[in-house]
Design a protein around this ligand. Structure first.
Ligand code: SF4
Length: 193
């Protein structure tokens, strides 16, 4: 019942779709997390939500074992927007909704709930600042109520996760984004427990 309520919370917040899957069905792959370093992602090392400042696949697997459910969310995006700077506005909304669902879950008694979202919070929230104040140790996060860690730094196979949620026919482009011929998705996920 409360999981249904969380799905409704996400839908009412503006996502295109939301679904609950087993947390154990989320596939985590070391080689996906390695893309952050091996492909020299422009966001590598720039925020507390990206490698090397997150616990990576091994850390996620440890957390994953402690959860039964994950709520997956996506916002459908036309491909031309995915390729344009406007995508950061959509990613911002996904981070905000994932964080909101997390806080709603906590209020319902799922006090360990933890949200993740596609894209670097430095690029999305703090592009006007030189530093992430968490990794520079100057202050706490500027956006604790909306910015969440990037899924790719943990090696989460987002395309597979979306298929598990029942949204098939996609191929991954990069962190949290998937595409068909003309439509793409930006995604987030909340471990609920
Ligand atoms: S301060 Fe900005 S870059 Fe650093 S973790 Fe928070 S949102 Fe991300």
């Amino acid at each position: 019942m409360s999981l249904e309520k969380l799905i409704n919370t996400a839908l009412e917040s503006g996502v295109s779709d939301a679904a609950v899957i087993s947390a154990q069905d989320i596939k985590v792959q070391d080689e996906l997390a390695a893309l952050c370093t091996d492909s020299r992602c422009e966001n590598y090392g720039l925020s507390a939500g990206c490698p090397p400042f997150v616990s990576g696949p091994s850390g996620f697997r440890k957390i994953q074992k402690k959860f039964n459910h994950a709520l997956v969310i996506k916002i459908d995006v036309p491909l031309e927007i995915l390729m344009a700077n406007q995508v950061y506005e959509i990613m911002k909304i996904v981070h905000e909704i994932a964080a909101y669902v997390e806080s709603s879950a906590v209020k319902m008694g799922y006090t360990r709930s933890k949200a993740f979202a596609g894209g670097s919070c430095k690029k999305i929230f703090c592009h006007e600042y030189r530093d992430c104040c968490v990794i520079s140790k100057k202050d706490r996060c500027r956006n604790p109520e909306s910015a969440r860690a990037s899924m790719s730094g943990f090696g989460i196979n987002v395309a597979e996760m979306l298929k598990t949620a029942g949204w098939s026919g996609t191929s991954i482009v990069k962190d949290g984004e998937t595409s068909t011929d003309s439509m793409s998705w930006v995604a987030g996920m909340v471990l609920v427990g």
